[in-house]
Write a protein that binds this ligand. Structure first.
Ligand SMILES: Nc1ncnc2c1ncn2[C@@H]1O[C@H](COP(=O)(O)OP(=O)(O)OP(=O)(O)O)[C@@H](O)[C@H]1O
Ligand SMILES: [Mg+2]
Length: 354
């Protein structure tokens, strides 16, 4: 932009257990962390990606903005869960205009919702070739239920922000990966973000989108199972899950329950990987990065590595982001990093991005 600076934007990840805010500033060729904050949400305010109590969530966002002294009015947010459908499709080669014209009709056959109830967006991934050598294009199709989009944008507007970018969690994680990691040629990487209620799975080939799916399982499943199996309150179960001492609970008892839930997650991951394999010519997943609050679960990376037979590494969303020790405690940032994956991916979006 010629006059003045391009507008600032904040990344705001409205999760069901907390709202995460990241503000980055460009620094040389990269980024520096300017603001980072987390505001916990009471349980049941957002359930399965549906906002149950907008007023309380608005208050939490406002509290976070004031705590972080945010002057910026523009935000990038994201949605996830069962109101979001992402599909890679292959179409006969056509011009961008032709694609824009026909995408709604193409989308109709891939989207399990009434086409009038969703917002459809798409991006061309690249060209391909059909079985007889006919020219084709690969397109990623995104459909989000309109009422869901409206709920989230209304919420953010109510909190005094302008939601200029509305993304989906899976793409935010992909952007986070893009600034921090580099895939080897031909490598197939799975990015798995394990939150409280939702696990986002995103598979990349050569760093480009190949497959995404959101599954309704996450940290809550651990807490609820510990609560039930060990006869604890929700708060006690949450503590036991995080490895904190809870009266009358043996560490190995809690670990046994944790492992059963981790095994359940592993089989959900395997199911998605199997599905990915049937819908694509790609074979095996080479590497997995996990993020989200539940990636902080003690020992989950080695557990999943063992169960899945694929190397699992904890993603560090701040890997290539400069952190001034005058602004942040590096040890805290290092520890909490996985929870910031979506917010970092949103924070690197620019005003005017789609
Ligand atoms: N140290 C820890 N060990 C285990 N689990 C943890 C730890 N810290 C946080 N969690 C869990 O991480 C989850 C929150 O993660 P995250 O903030 O990524 O989810 P969210 O974005 O709020 O939810 P969602 O996107 O699923 O709606 C909670 O279930 C919380 O209990
Ligand atoms: Mg989340």
């Amino acid at each position: 932009m010629f006059f003045g600076k391009p507008k600032d934007i904040i990344g705001l990840d409205i999760g069901s257990s907390s709202v995460k805010l990241v503000k980055l500033k460009e620094s040389g060729k990269g980024y520096q962390l300017e603001r980072f904050g987390i505001q916990p949400l009471a349980t049941e305010l957002i359930v399965d990606g549906t906002i149950m109590d907008a007023g309380m969530v608005v208050d939490a966002i406002k509290a976070l903005l004031s705590e972080q002294k945010i002057k910026t009015k523009t935000a990038a947010i994201s949605v996830s869960g069962n109101a979001v459908i992402v599909k890679k499709i292959t179409l006969p080669a056509m011009s961008e205009d032709e694609l824009a014209e026909s995408i709604k009709w193409e989308a109709e056959q891939y989207i399990p919702f009434d086409i009038n109830d969703v917002n459809v967006d798409y991006q061309i991934l690249g060209s391909a070739q059909g079985a007889e050598g006919q020219p084709q294009i690969n397109v990623v199709l995104v459909a989000v239920k309109k009422d869901k989009l409206n709920d989230y944008t209304a919420l953010v507007t109510e909190a005094g922000l302008d939601p200029l970018v509305v993304d989906i969690d899976a793409f935010a994680i992909e952007n986070m990966y893009g600034i921090n990691y580099e895939a080897a040629p031909g490598e197939i990487t799975a990015l798995i973000n394990i939150g409280a209620g939702i696990m986002n799975i995103n598979i990349l080939k050569d760093g480009t989108f190949a497959f995404a799916r959101d599954i309704s399982i996450g940290g809550n499943r651990y807490t609820e199972t510990i609560q039930k199996e060990l006869g604890l309150s929700y708060e006690e179960a949450e503590k036991a899950k995080k490895g904190e001492t809870v009266e009358g609970v043996q560490a190995d008892e809690a670990q046994r329950v944790i492992n059963t839930v981790s095994a359940e997650l592993a089989s959900e991951i395997t199911r998605s990987f199997d599905f990915f394999r049937t819908t694509s010519a790609h074979e095996n997943i080479d590497k997995i990065f996990i993020s989200g609050g539940s990636a902080m679960l003690n020992g989950i990376a080695p557990f999943l590595t063992d169960k899945l037979g694929i190397g699992v590494e904890l993603a560090n969303p701040f890997k290539n982001i400069k952190i001034n020790p005058k602004d942040f405690d590096p040890e805290y940032i290092q520890h909490i990093a996985p929870i910031a994956a979506v917010a970092v991916g949103l924070g690197i979006r620019k005003v005017g991005d789609r």
